[in-house]
Ligand binder design. Structure first.
Ligand SMILES: Cc1cc2nc3c(=O)[nH]c(=O)nc-3n(C[C@H](O)[C@H](O)[C@H](O)COP(=O)(O)OP(=O)(O)OC[C@H]3O[C@@H](n4cnc5c(N)ncnc54)[C@H](O)[C@@H]3O)c2cc1C
Length: 474
């Protein structure tokens, strides 16, 4: 039985090599591996993988086309539901989504859906590019004007869906470069060229972009002739813990660190300086999620002499992907589990030189079901550091003027009808991390599509009370 064969593993840069470069860690399948892996798929009816995919990609259908060698058709089917397969195939935690639900995985190994999607996106897109996407032509009275605030995957998907239908969309981004978080996700996970070519494709479709423009009020956009506004402002403001010494020099939050490394150095926001080299630097990253792993693995590649992760629970209770933790350890990151920071110390009173931690043990489970860490009295220890990166999660940053109605405190999360993306303000839709809190690229993209479909209903005259349907709001 072909499907009982082990899954085809892609080539991966060995740890000793990848420590010294920012190239992609996981390599593409070659043609034969892709065909052999596709052959393992049993093309389930009512496939569980499809339900588990936030974008509901028609996985068995496109894998079926791939099996027959129809790469262009396989790509076309993926694009029916996914606006950015080249990005999602690299960034989705497939083991928790489609692959986690794969029926083959019950007895054998799950199909490598992400790796196959990446293969189809690379080769199929070249064939389909010949017939590049063109927008529907609408007469002037039907053509509407929409604005998207923020330029992350949620706004990209919103803009793509509306522009294809012939409407005019402008994306406003406060920072100098487009892409939201995609702009500072490590290049060993997402090469910048893929982001750039996605933006180029949106421009070819007629989407307009305005960078360096911070929007403070959706009402202004509505007054300025926009028929609909989409809020895709994300949740990328880092949470800062109240630890004594946290304002010392040499302590950065994860966004400030990653942006300084990956953002275009000539366009760094906030007057920040690039970080290009950490040779001789002892780096401590505090936190145990995926963005902590991104910071740790980035510090390794910049040549840091010691890279240590401090996390207050044990390895089994880490919040992020096991794959990322494994990769970080292979690359030489030192893990200090069950250790929570208590104070940052400085020899010169200005720059951090030590982090003091206390040992923890796991107590009974908390509301989330995870065992909560409890400190062990008198177990404090210090570690010498030159740079500390804080990675304690992210929050929504509410827009000033619309804070009370759209993004109420304390969390600033935008309230919508999840079926349409409609907020309580007529003409205003929202989606992505600003609605869910920190989430995933694929969930943000799906939210952008849902909101664009809501906007199409609005343009067609659907009443706001129905679109908004506050009863089903989150
Ligand atoms: C370090 C890191 C690594 C990650 N890795 C992964 C991964 O591997 N896989 C995965 O699926 N997800 C990952 N994520 C999560 C993923 O990036 C987010 O879920 C996704 O980007 C959210 O998309 P969004 O469109 O809602 O917002 P964002 O991508 O956050 O974009 C919001 C944009 O809005 C702009 N903005 C905010 N306010 C305004 C305003 N008032 N006016 C104008 N512009 C404004 C911001 O500058 C930003 O560019 C990661 C997140 C981080 C932080």
């Amino acid at each position: 039985m072909r499907n009982a064969l082990p899954r085809h593993k892609p080539l991966v840069q060995p740890p000793a090599t990848r420590r010294g470069n920012f190239g992609e860690v996981i390599q593409d399948y070659d043609f034969q591996d892709a065909m052999d892996e596709a052959d393992r798929c049993i093309s389930c009816e009512n496939a569980r993988c499809e339900f588990a995919c936030p974008l509901h990609n028609h996985i068995p259908r496109w894998i079926g086309e791939l099996k027959r060698g129809n790469l262009a058709e396989a790509y076309r089917i993926i694009r029916e539901t996914s606006p950015m397969p080249e990005i999602c195939s690299r960034l989705c935690p497939q083991e928790r989504l489609c692959e986690g639900a794969c029926a083959m995985g019950i007895r054998y190994e799950a199909i490598a859906i992400g790796q196959l999607e990446r293969f189809v996106s690379r080769h199929g897109s070249k064939l389909v590019q010949l017939k590049a996407e063109s927008p529907k032509v609408l007469s002037n009275h039907l053509k509407k004007k929409a604005a998207a605030v923020g330029s992350g995957p949620a706004s990209f998907a919103f803009a793509h869906t509306l522009a294809k239908q012939g409407h005019s969309v402008t994306v406003f981004e406060r920072w100098p470069r487009l892409g939201g978080v995609l702009r500072w996700i490590p290049h060993f996970k997402l090469p910048t060229e893929l982001l750039e070519s996605h933006i180029e494709a949106l421009k070819r479709l007629g989407v307009a972009f305005k960078t360096g423009v911070e929007i403070h009020s959706v009402h202004e956009l509505l007054k300025n002739g926009h028929d609909a506004v989409f809020l895709g402002v994300g949740a990328s403001r880092p949470s800062v813990p109240k630890i004594p010494g946290v304002t010392l020099g040499g302590i950065l939050n994860s966004t400030d660190f990653l942006v300084r490394v990956y953002y275009d150095p000539v366009a760094l926001p906030n007057g920040w300086q690039s970080i290009t080299d950490l040779h001789g630097t002892r780096v401590a990253v505090l936190g145990g999620g995926d963005s902590a792993m991104d910071c740790l693995r980035t510090a390794v590649r910049l040549g840091a002499s010691e890279v240590t992760c401090f996390y207050r629970r044990d390895e089994a209770n880490m919040p992020g992907s096991k794959k990322e933790v494994k990769a970080a350890k292979e690359e030489g990151v030192r893990m200090q589990f069950l250790a929570a920071p208590t104070v940052f110390l400085s020899r010169d009173g200005q720059t951090v030189s030590q982090v003091e931690c206390i040992r923890m043990e796991l107590g009974p489970p908390d509301a989330s079901g995870r065992r909560s860490p409890v400190s062990i009295e008198g177990s404090n220890f210090t570690t010498e550091v030159d740079l500390v990166v804080l990675s304690f999660g992210y929050e929504v940053e509410p827009m000033l003027a619309d804070r009370e109605r759209l993004m109420p405190p304390p969390k600033g999360i935008v309230k919508i009808n999840p079926a349409t993306g409609a907020t309580p303000i007529p003409g205003v839709f929202a989606g992505g991390d600003c609605v869910t809190g920190p989430n995933l690229v694929c969930t943000a993209a799906r939210a952008g599509i849902v909101a664009a479909q809501g906007a199409l209903g609005y343009f067609a005259g659907e009443p706001w009370e129905i679109l908004c349907n506050t009863k089903s709001s989150k």
